[in-house]
Design a protein around this ligand. Sequence first.
Ligand code: NAD
Length: 260
Amino acid sequence: TLKGKVSLITGSTSGIGLATAHVLAEQGINLVLHGLASDAEGNKLAQQFQQNYGIETLFDNTDLKDETALIAFMDNAIEQMGAIDILVNNAGIQHTESIDTFPASKWNDIIAINLSAAFHTMQKSIPKMREQGWGRIVNIASVHGLVASANKSAYCAAKHGIVGLTKVAALECAEHGITVNAICPGWVDTPLINNQINAMAGNDKLTVKQAKYKLITAKQALPEMTDPLQVGELVLFLCSNTARTITGSAIPIDGAWTAQ
Ligand code: NAD
């Protein structure tokens, strides 16, 4: 049973991270919640999790672009919670533009948040996991860790990078009861994507249903977006004893996007 373990999920104030937090909390897993929310909002969220699931929680809104602050956040989280048993690197941002004009500042931010932050959280979490002889690291990558799309240079570089980092960590941790995997979602049903659908409906004079089908099937064979909770359930499965020999994998959940 995973009850009483501690999980840190970066970017868990929204979207996939928040859904994953609910799935893990249901199992009685204590949570370090994290994301760009105010202290008031974040502490309220942490309190709700505490009350609804009877777990211990901590909230932190460290900006992952700030390396020094991130390291201090990890030290504090480990001190307060004892250890991070389950690390979920989920926080991420996107910017779409061709390389010619892609702002260098955006490149640096995306590499820092989507890739380098995971290096730092892993470096801080692994020693205790190794001491305990048990740990789970799940990196939320993307299909863009496996294949490319135009105008996503920094995002694809960071996501391919985190798939590589996942493989190296899996090798280094293999004899210590620690598994390290990446999840590679295709379209996930979040407000971000729904905005794109509404924009497409307007521009192409389509109904929302038609626009949704068009957007999804431009990349996926299966015309349905993944629900954030499905990603959370996959994280939970990777934490289970059944999944103990799955490590170093980059697992698509993508409606056959990368099968083509
Ligand atoms: P989201 O925008 O709903 O959530 C992102 C989270 O990251 C938020 O909690 C936000 O506060 C946090 N965050 C962003 N910048 C941060 C910073 N500088 N410092 C600290 N925290 C920061 O996004 P989402 O759709 O849930 O995406 C979560 C992850 O899943 C990302 O890594 C994304 O690349 C990946 N992903 C998403 C999709 C999709 O279709 N939505 C598909 C594949 C992969």
